[in-house]
Design a protein around this ligand. Structure first.
Ligand code: MN
Length: 193
């Protein structure tokens, strides 16, 4: 299975001035790569799992042979691998509006502005490192919440649709401690809405 990093669909400087080039270089080139390398190293101990996807293993952790330590290492690193893959995918220098999603968000949250307000608040309020998520839950409904660290909604049986990385490494070089400014800027490069 070896998890591999998908190449970016845009250049490191393409999301300027909202996400700066240096952050993209380090975040994509170092942080994400480290999660991928760690999960691949861990999986060398479990060759029987190689035929399964990382996502399906995350969704069915209770059925995996990991010991407690390796289970947590898998949650952290496989989570880091898949979370960041989604994060790169949903950003772009130009909007590619998902009209179906926009309609559904309006129905669920009243308006896109209301959705953004709620999501922003959840992202700002995440204490320490983690992500804000828009997911499709097990009842097929859209839901907003945040999770700590690299915990993936996949682990709850939810399908992640929008993920916003609020680890400091995602914004510190440009925004320092101003997480709210990073989030405000990030809406400009979220291509879907
Ligand atoms: Mn990150």
């Amino acid at each position: 299975m070896k998890y591999t990093q998908k190449s970016l669909a845009y250049a490191f400087d393409a999301l300027e001035p909202y996400i700066d080039t240096k952050t993209m270089e380090v975040h994509y080139g170092k942080h994400h790569v480290a999660y991928i390398n760690n999960v691949n190293t861990l999986m060398e101990k479990y060759p029987d799992l190689l035929e399964k996807s990382v996502e399906s293993l995350l969704a069915n952790l209770s059925r995996t042979p990991f010991d407690e330590k390796d289970k947590q290492a898998f949650i952290n690193n496989a989570g880091g691998a898949v979370n960041h893959s989604l994060y790169w995918d949903i950003m772009a220098p130009k909007k590619e509006i998902d009209e179906v999603l926009v309609d559904e968000l309006k129905k669920e949250f009243g308006s896109i502005d209301e959705f953004k307000k709620t999501f922003t608040q959840v992202a700002i309020s995440r204490f320490g490192s983690g992500w804000a998520w828009l997911v499709r839950n097990t009842e097929n409904k859209l839901e907003i919440y945040s999770l700590p660290n690299q915990d993936s909604p996949t682990g709850k049986g939810h399908k992640p649709i929008i993920g916003l990385d609020v680890w400091e490494h995602a914004y510190y070089l440009k925004y320092q401690n101003r997480r709210a400014e990073y989030i405000e800027a990030w809406w400009n490069v979220l291509k879907l809405i």
